[in-house]
Design a protein around this ligand. Structure first.
Ligand code: UDP
Length: 251
């Protein structure tokens, strides 16, 4: 049984908040009222495994304001270690839930990341789904190092309440960690490939596969280049089991 500290699970050294989608939305509400820049990570098993090998990434994860359990790997690991994590809180589900909330609360959104034109297409789609939504800016994710200060200035100038950053994990986490205070945006969330899905350029797995917790299989079949990355999942599972049996010996 893992130790429960302030409603956090510890998975391979990464602290994950034991939250549902509803809790996450509530916390984001509170953070926006507070106003100082916050970094939110939706953590999956591959990135937790990478963090267990990459000290700087682990430090970033453990210092952000909220880490949600994204991915069946994390939910499985939490169960193995005895933490009461109930559901996945994925980047894309969070984006949709926050769009609905933003429409009600008049929050302004900024979309940064994905290939040229994709963030714009995603913003059109969001406006179709949530007609009152305010998207104050978009920017693709393929700018040069020399453009960063212009990109940051533009974000700051538009004063969004939430910025969705789709540069892929963990690139987006390093980016947010470095620039969140300069952007001065209350909520910075890394959302991976979400703009590709929302814009319609990539399909999300069918509902049944999501329910059966085999969304990872759909992604592997539709994007075989993810194989190397997904091979980290069995390694992640083995490392979790090793942790489980070692800590069991200590209880
Ligand atoms: N991307 C980007 N800039 C980069 C590298 C990646 O904007 O320098 C985008 C890419 O176009 C894609 C997203 O980041 O939209 C990564 O998607 P992926 O599905 O790999 O993300 P994951 O959720 O697996 O991290």
């Amino acid at each position: 049984m893992g130790e429960i500290m302030q409603n956090k699970a510890n998975i391979l050294g990464c602290n994950v908040d034991i939250v549902t989608l509803q809790d996450t939305i509530q916390k984001i509400n509170d953070y926006i009222e507070e106003g100082t820049p916050k970094h939110i990570i939706t953590l999956n098993g591959e990135i937790a495994y990478q963090a267990s090998k990459e000290r700087k990434l682990c430090e970033i994860i453990n210092n952000v304001d909220l880490v949600t359990p994204d991915g069946i790997g994390i939910v499985w690991a939490a169960k193995q270690l005895g933490y009461p994590i109930k559901e996945r809180v994925t980047g894309i589900d969070l984006v949709y839930a926050l769009c609905a909330q933003a429409e009600k609360k008049d929050w302004k959104l900024y979309l940064l990341g994905a290939a040229p034109g994709v963030a714009e297409q995603a913003s059109h789609k969001m406006k179709e789904l949530y007609p009152e939504i305010q998207i104050c800016g978009t920017q693709d994710g393929y700018f040069n190092e020399s453009d960063i200060s212009r990109v940051i200035k533009n974000v700051k100038h538009h004063r969004p309440d939430i910025i969705f950053i789709a540069l892929g994990a963990p690139k987006q986490e390093y980016f947010i960690n470095k620039y969140k205070d300069k952007m001065e945006v209350p909520i910075c969330i890394g959302v991976g490939g979400s703009f590709d899905v929302i814009s319609g350029n990539k399909k999300r797995a069918p509902e049944l596969m999501i329910k059966l917790n085999i969304e990872w299989l759909y992604r592997l079949l539709s994007e075989p280049s993810r194989l190397t990355r997904q091979l980290d999942l069995p390694k992640f599972a083995l490392a979790v089991l090793k942790d489980k049996y070692i800590s069991k010996g200590n209880h």
